[in-house]
Design a binder for this molecule. Structure first.
Ligand SMILES: Cc1cc2nc3c(=O)[nH]c(=O)nc-3n(C[C@H](O)[C@H](O)[C@H](O)COP(=O)(O)OP(=O)(O)OC[C@H]3O[C@@H](n4cnc5c(N)ncnc54)[C@H](O)[C@@H]3O)c2cc1C
Length: 327
């Protein structure tokens, strides 16, 4: 709900789409201990497919030229201007905003720090299914399993998004066989066993993405202003990755207006944006990383859930610390 007003202001009528509004959270430990919590701010369920297509319609109406099936191969900054090489030609621009997500060819091309192999960096694999499953519309469930967790909530058309993040080690143990890993590891959690054995799976194969790292990156690099996941990844356990992406574009939009009206220089634009990013998101992302570490350990997650269940004040504090304010 953080970004509900912002999306409506862009011209997308979310009420018309009749999306599920989510205000209840259930979290379980791998052995099935359950924590329940009301979500004060809450959220709404929508697939990225529907959201992106609606935003593209709005952009088209406003005269934005969108290039489909077009890959950016390189970006270079010279003489106060960017040269952008794409599979559909070369473009030059005064400003370049990077919104290429958690991992891209451009990260390697620009030699971004996090792409260099570090011994202690944890790599995760994300897997997404769309399923038919009898789940309350207002509920999001997060179920922990050994070295990972799986979330389920409703999106549009009464479909559920069933999505999990696991240490890549879990998948390696099963030679990359996702179904086997689900049976042997995820289904040790009784809630996940019930979901995986009774849901109807809509995709023939799940969508999987590997080499995910959690944490902040540089929000300005090679003079490119980074939005959303290209500036940092919050642990999906804390939700809100979409909201961070939108809030960063909302704030950058205001700064860019100042830049084009010559109220601020490029240096000021970059430093104001980098300061905003650090102040607004760094603590949230670092906290999500810590929470993720605690909950993926079977013994610790049982302890954390039992401890939080004793205090509704603490429960609500922990949930709030992963969220920002509506904008
Ligand atoms: C398992 C999992 C579950 C999650 N669950 C939630 C959730 O419940 N709620 C939530 O709010 N967030 C969730 N997130 C986080 C959320 O998905 C991201 O924070 C969000 O998608 C970030 O948006 P983005 O636009 O920055 O990046 P993305 O959505 O990754 O978009 C980047 C786009 O750039 C394109 N691209 C990349 N390189 C190039 C190139 N060179 N040229 C052209 N295009 C390129 C990509 O193809 C992609 O379409 C989850 C993440 C994971 C991994």
């Amino acid at each position: 709900m953080e970004s509900w007003n912002f999306i409506q202001r862009l011209g997308l009528n979310l009420d018309e789409l009749n999306l599920p509004k989510i205000n209840q959270l259930h979290v379980s430990s791998p052995s099935g201990k359950l924590l329940t919590q009301q979500l004060d701010l809450g959220g709404f369920g929508i697939s990225r497919f529907l959201l992106d297509s609606k935003l593209a319609e709005i952009a088209n109406k406003k005269g934005v030229v969108l290039l489909d099936e077009c890959r950016v191969n390189n970006v270079a900054f010279n003489n106060n201007s960017f040269t952008i090489e794409t599979t559909k030609g070369e473009y030059s621009s005064a400003i370049c905003v990077g919104s290429w997500g958690k991992k891209s060819n451009l990260d390697i091309k620009l030699k971004r720090n996090f792409t260099k192999e570090k011994k202690n960096t944890k790599n995760y694999v994300g897997v997404k299914h769309h399923v038919q499953y009898d789940l309350q519309n207002n509920l999001i469930e997060l179920h922990n399993f050994k070295n990972g967790y799986c979330g389920i909530s409703k999106i549009e058309n009464n479909v559920c998004c069933l999505c999990y993040l696991t240490d890549s080690e879990n998948l390696k143990k099963f030679n990359g066989n996702i179904q086997k890993m689900e049976e042997e590891i995820l289904m040790q959690n009784p809630f996940l066993k019930s979901i995986f054995t009774s849901a109807t799976f809509i995709f023939k194969e799940p969508i999987a993405i590997s080499n995910i790292t959690i944490g902040t990156k540089n929000s300005v690099e090679n003079n490119i202003l980074m939005l959303g996941d290209s500036a940092g990844n919050i642990a999906p356990l804390s939700g809100n990755g979409m909201s961070i992406a939108m809030k960063s574009s909302f704030v950058l939009n205001a700064l860019l207006l100042n830049y084009f009206e010559k109220k601020i220089s490029r240096e000021e634009l970059e430093s104001k944006y980098a300061t905003f990013w650090k102040k607004e998101f760094k603590t949230r992302i670092d906290f999500s990383k810590l929470l993720q570490k605690l909950l993926k350990n079977i013994r610790l997650s049982n302890l954390v859930i039992a401890f939080l269940n004793r205090s509704s004040f603490l429960k609500s504090k922990v949930v709030k610390s992963t969220h920002g304010k509506p904008f």
